[in-house]
Design a protein around this ligand. Structure first.
Ligand SMILES: Nc1ncnc2c1ncn2[C@@H]1O[C@H](COP(=O)(O)OP(=O)(O)OP(=O)(O)O)[C@@H](O)[C@H]1O
Ligand SMILES: [Mg+2]
Length: 342
């Protein structure tokens, strides 16, 4: 499979601080904001039932920021992202997109060409080929982005001249992302763009998005159920549950905030004595005259020093487990991730 670009993927966006300085706690000039939403509410009517999909959302997205919108099925992510795109009208609240008022059609018309959107369920015209479709999009946007180059970037070279209806789900998803990128956008909305992508294509897509950020300081708002992906890629995540934001911050900060304890495991000789109760530990024989000790500590650094001082080189195979965004997601929403439900 073709690799999209030669761009290098950062190991951990939260640490590397690529692009703009992205401290949500830090107040920033309004001009740095690509999206500013306050008090967004949306209720759907379904027969005589009312579904309160968004119950008052405040959200800001800075220039060059990658924001992950996470949450269980039905949490309100798509509704939120569509309100932020200006394609769904909230019942209440204020949404500004690239400085335009989302409720004002004239203002929105002026900024549409600077945005790229890939919907969760985009229905591409089945009879057109990817090349034709991207060509149309290029004309619509009067874009300098070359169709051939985009076909290459999203890795559909060998399928570019086949009708969309003959492409697989993942290939269609790549075309949808390519469509969003054709206008060379400063602001990209991608609703679950990687749900059908294989791991290679997923990584490659992120490279394309990083390249777009490097060139245009593009901001990207993305929904995903892939927690590992969000943790690795997003500068900031919001977790939405039942129409409300229940957590927001850099993945690392959120994890630090919610999980103070760490699990450690290591090997010791069977004969080594340690006070299991004092250490909040358990041990089990591990063969070769060794036992494996597992403990949880609220003071990981201090515990490491103490273990080193007490056992020296008797201690081996030590590992400290970091909490993951997936654990945080389950803790906060009480919902196992897709495909993992009992
Ligand atoms: N057009 C609609 N009419 C009625 N109810 C709707 C409509 N769209 C969404 N809903 C309801 O609003 C709630 C939020 O839906 P939304 O699609 O925003 O969730 P989501 O977080 O994107 O979920 P998923 O992870 O499954 O994509 C759900 O209860 C859903 O059933
Ligand atoms: Mg959705």
């Amino acid at each position: 499979m073709p690799v999209f670009s030669k761009h290098r993927l950062p190991r951990d966006a939260g640490d590397s601080r690529r692009g703009a300085a992205l401290d949500p706690a830090q107040s920033r000039p309004l001009t740095d904001l690509r999206v500013a939403a306050t008090g967004v509410r949306k209720t759907y009517k379904s027969g005589d039932r009312e579904i309160r999909a968004l119950k008052g959302i405040d959200l800001h997205v800075a220039k060059g920021e990658f924001l992950g919108v996470l949450g269980p099925n039905g949490a309100g992510k798509t509704t939120l992202i569509e309100c932020l795109e200006g394609i769904r009208s909230p019942d209440d609240g204020d949404v500004r997109i690239l400085g335009a008022d989302a409720a004002d059609a004239r203002e929105m018309k002026a900024v549409r060409g600077r945005m790229g959107i890939a919907l969760q369920h985009s229905t591409l015209p089945p009879r057109l080929t990817a090349r034709e479709l991207l060509g149309l999009q290029a004309r619509l946007y009067a874009s300098d982005v070359r169709v051939d180059r985009m076909i290459d970037l999203v890795g559909i070279g060998d399928k570019a001249d086949q009708r969309i209806e003959h492409l697989s789900g993942g290939q269609q998803q790549r075309v949808a992302v390519a469509m969003a990128l054709m206008g060379d956008p400063e602001l990209l909305f991608l609703d679950e763009p990687t749900s059908q992508l294989d791991p290679h294509a997923r990584l490659a897509l992120w490279e394309v998005l990083y390249a777009q950020r490097d060139r245009r300081e593009a901001s990207v708002i993305i929904t995903t159920h892939q927690m590992e992906e969000a943790q690795r890629i997003c500068d900031r995540v919001v977790i939405v549950d039942q129409g409300r934001i229940i957590a927001e911050g850099r993945p690392k900060d959120l994890l630090r905030q919610h999980f103070t304890a760490r699990s450690m495991t290591f090997l010791l000789p069977m004969a080594a004595t340690l006070d299991l109760r004092a250490l909040n530990a358990r041990s089990a024989p591990a063969g070769n005259g060794l036992k494996r000790v597992t403990l949880r500590t609220e003071r990981p650094s201090a515990t490491l020093v103490e273990l080193g001082q007490t056992f020296g080189d008797q201690l081996s195979d030590l590992s400290v487990e970091d909490p993951t965004l997936e654990e945080l997601f389950v803790k906060l929403t009480g919902t196992p991730l897709e495909g993992e439900a009992a």
